[in-house]
Design a protein around this ligand. Structure first.
Ligand code: FDA
Length: 311
C-alpha cells in the first residue's frame, strides 16, 4: 500500500544517514551483490569498461564518481583531481560520455566559495576538452545555491559545457524550468530522489508525475538541448507525444536512465532512434546512492532481505 511504501522509504532514508550501518553493510556479500547491479565498479577503469559496453549498444554515458557531503577541503581537492583524470580518460579512450558532479562533493556543506571554485576547475577542464558537466541536484536545502552556482558557471563557460538538474517533486520546479530555459541553461529533468517535506515537495506521486509532464513541456518548447531522465514509461510516452505534436526531430533532446535500471527500455529507445544517456556511478562511496535506489523501489528491499536471510 501507499502507507507501507512511504514507511519503508522513510526508514531507508533514515538508515542512509547511519554511518555505522554503512560500515557493516558495505562489507556484506548480499548487499554488495545487489549494489553491483546499480554501480559500475569501485575503480575508474571498471567504469570505463562498463561505458564501452554501453557504447557498443549505442548508449551514451555520464560518469559519476560517487561521493557526497564531503567534510574537508583536502577531500574535495581529491574529488577535483579524480574528475580531471576522468575527463582525460574519456578523451583518451574515446567513449561518448560526459560527467555528473555534486556540489556537496566539492565542499558546499562547509564552504560555498570553495564549492564554486572546485566546480569551476572541473567545468574548465571539461570546456577545454569540449565536454560537459552536469551538476546533480541534491536535497532541497541546497536547491537555490546549486542553481545560483550553475548560473554563474554557465555565464563563464557557455551553454554546451555545464547544465543543471531539476526535480519535479519540488513545487518550485516548473518556475525554475521557465527561468533556466530563458537563460538557455541545459536541464536534466527527473522526479527527485530525496525525502522532502510537503511544504516544498508534492507528497502525492500523481502530483509529482503531473509536475514532471508540465516541466517536460516547458523544456521541449524551449529550443535548448535537455535531458529527460526517467524510467517511467508513462513519462516517456508523454514526452514522445509532445515532441511529435511540436514536430521536434529525434535528437532535439535526450533520454537519460540509471545504470542497471530498465535495460530493456534503454535499448528499445536507442533502436527507435532516440539519443539515450546512462548515468554511470562508480567508486568506493556507493552507500548513500545505493540506499536512494532501494528507497525508490521497496521491491529491491525485499530482494535484499531474502538474500540476507539465505546468507
Ligand atoms: P518511478 O520511480 O515512478 O519509476 C518508474 C519505473 O522505473 C518503476 O516502475 C521501475 O520499473 C523502474 N525503477 C525506478 N527506480 C528503480 C529502482 N531504484 N530500481 C529498480 N527499478 C526502478 N535524482 C535527484 O534527486 N537528483 C539528481 O541529480 C538525479 N539524477 C538522475 C539522473 C538520471 C539519469 C536518472 C534516470 C535519475 C536521476 N535521479 C536524480 C533519480 C530520480 O530523481 C528518480 O529518483 C529515479 O529516476 C526514479 O524515478 P523514475 O522517473 O524512474 O520513476
Amino acid at each position: 500500500t501507499a502507507d507501507t511504501t512511504h514507511l519503508s522509504r522513510a526508514a531507508l532514508h533514515f538508515l542512509a544517514r547511519k554511518p555505522a550501518l554503512k560500515d557493516v553493510a558495505t562489507r556484506l556479500g548480499p548487499f554488495r551483490r545487489l549494489a553491483s547491479r546499480f554501480i559500475a565498479g569501485e575503480s575508474m577503469e571498471e567504469a570505463l569498461d562498463a561505458v564501452k559496453a554501453l557504447g557498443a549498444k549505442g548508449l551514451m554515458a555520464s560518469f559519476d564518481h560517487l561521493n557526497e557531503a564531503v567534510q574537508t577541503p583536502e577531500e574535495t581537492r581529491a574529488e577535483v583531481r579524480e574528475y580531471q583524470r576522468l575527463l582525460h580518460r574519456i578523451d583518451a579512450v574515446g567513449v561518448r560520455a560526459n560527467v555528473s558532479l555534486k556540489l556537496t562533493q566539492c565542499g558546499l556543506l562547509f564552504d560555498e566559495a570553495l564549492a564554486l571554485e572546485n566546480a569551476r576547475t572541473v567545468v574548465a577542464e571539461a570546456a577545454a576538452r569540449d565536454s560537459f558537466v552536469r551538476i546533480d541536484m541534491e536535497d532541497s536545502s541546497v536547491t537555490q545555491v546549486t542553481l545560483d552556482i550553475v548560473r554563474q558557471l554557465r555565464a563563464e563557460f557557455g551553454e554546451p559545457h555545464v547544465g543543471a538538474v531539476l526535480q519535479s517533486a519540488l513545487r518550485r520546479t516548473e518556475q525554475d524550468a521557465e527561468d533556466l530555459c530563458a537563460q538557455r541553461i541545459r536541464i536534466r529533468l527527473c522526479k527527485g530522489a530525496y525525502l522532502e517535506k510537503p511544504d516544498v515537495a508534492f507528497p502525492d506521486k500523481r502530483d509529482v508525475d503531473a509536475s514532471f509532464i508540465r516541466s517536460m513541456r516547458v523544456l521541449l518548447d524551449s529550443g535548448v538541448y535537455h535531458g529527460i531522465a526517467t524510467h517511467d514509461e508513462r513519462m516517456i510516452e508523454a514526452t514522445l507525444d509532445h515532441a511529435t505534436r511540436r514536430g521536434l526531430p529525434r535528437g532535439a533532446f535526450e533520454f537519460q536512465m540509471l545504470y542497471g535500471i530498465r535495460r530493456d527500455l534503454q535499448e528499445r529507445l536507442v533502436r527507435e532512434g532516440h539519443p539515450v544517456r546512462i548515468y554511470v556511478p562508480y567508486g568506493r562511496h556507493w552507500y548513500p546512492y545505493f540506499m536512494r535506489r532501494l528507497a525508490e523501489r521497496p521491491a529491491n528491499l525485499g530482494f535484499l532481505l531474502r538474500n540476507l536471510v539465505r546468507g
